[in-house]
Design a protein around this ligand. Structure first.
Ligand SMILES: C[S@@+](CC[C@H](N)C(=O)[O-])C[C@H]1O[C@@H](n2cnc3c(N)ncnc32)[C@H](O)[C@@H]1O
Length: 254
């Protein structure tokens, strides 16, 4: 155990190394081609700019660069007005940073993290379990492989649910509002929720006011929205729409 505690958790980075390798490789190829066809130099500079941008974003998201990722996650917990009694759920937990933060903040709670752990993400269930061990919360967290579109829980069986930057990614849900509905299904009456996602992206969720009305129509007692995209710790360069420029939190009580 003392050996585990000495180790650092691996919460990953929202800009994956795969993305940097691919843009680096394309840049090198285009540079090589530009010796034969000069026009390729334009593409090479384009990809070098993409590489530089994502390398900067990865740095800013990491602990060394200010941990913007962790600060964005913390906004979710700030909006979760929960007494910490019972069972909580972290939907799309990645390497479990939010699951573990919840377990630490609410010492009486059991927190379940679900994720499908696939695609381009460098996250896994085994790293979640290792991180929980390092944080000393293994006994109060558990992890399940599942899709956010069909949660493996009974109706109204969860006391609080959170999610951070997941719902827009759920490929097996055509309408991403259905993912919100599925998350709310498993929360009990009076249970609390705080979900952060690209809710300001109209092409995905429509107008925020309309989204709030729709959610109220599902019988949710209270739901509000906080625009978190302008949080002071987020550098302007990261406020592009495909990064964290369209984020906000839906929070309330079922
Ligand atoms: C930007 S990461 C966020 C991870 C974590 N919530 C955090 O704050 O670090 C998006 C996560 O969504 C997960 N994800 C994508 N589609 C999913 C689905 N259909 N069901 C569950 N998780 C999914 C990915 O595996 C990844 O862990």
């Amino acid at each position: 155990m003392s050996e585990l505690r000495a180790k650092e958790p691996d919460y990953g980075n929202w800009v994956s190394m795969k993305l940097l390798y691919v843009s680096g490789l394309v840049s090198i190829l285009l540079l090589c081609f530009s010796f034969i066809f000069r026009a390729f130099i334009v593409g090479a500079f384009l990809f070098i700019s993409v590489l530089a941008y994502f390398a900067y974003a990865r740095y800013k998201f990491s602990p060394r660069g200010g941990n913007v990722q962790a600060q964005i996650r913390e906004l979710v917990l700030d909006r979760l007005d929960w007494d910490g009694e019972g069972k909580a759920l972290d939907i799309g937990c990645g390497n479990a940073p939010l699951t573990i933060r919840m377990a630490k903040k609410f010492p009486n709670a059991h927190v379940v993290g679900i994720d499908y752990w696939g695609g381009v993400w460098e996250y896994s269930k085994s790293v979640c379990e290792r991180n929980a061990g390092i944080a000393g919360v293994s006994g109060r967290v558990s992890f399940k492989k599942a899709s956010a579109s069909v949660l493996p829980f009974e109706d109204e069986s969860i006391n609080a649910a959170v999610s951070n930057l997941v719902f827009h990614e759920v490929k097996d849900a055509k309408d991403k509002r259905d993912v919100i509905k599925e998350a709310l299904r498993v929360i009990n009456k009076g249970g609390k929720f705080a979900f952060q996602d690209l809710f300001l992206e109209k092409r995905v969720y429509g107008e925020v006011d309309d989204l709030l009305e729709t959610i109220r129509g599902w019988g949710i007692e209270s739901v509000d929205f906080q625009d978190t995209s302008h949080s002071s710790f987020i550098p302007n360069a990261l406020r592009l729409p495909f990064m964290v420029g369209k984020i906000g939190i839906l929070y309330g009580k079922k």
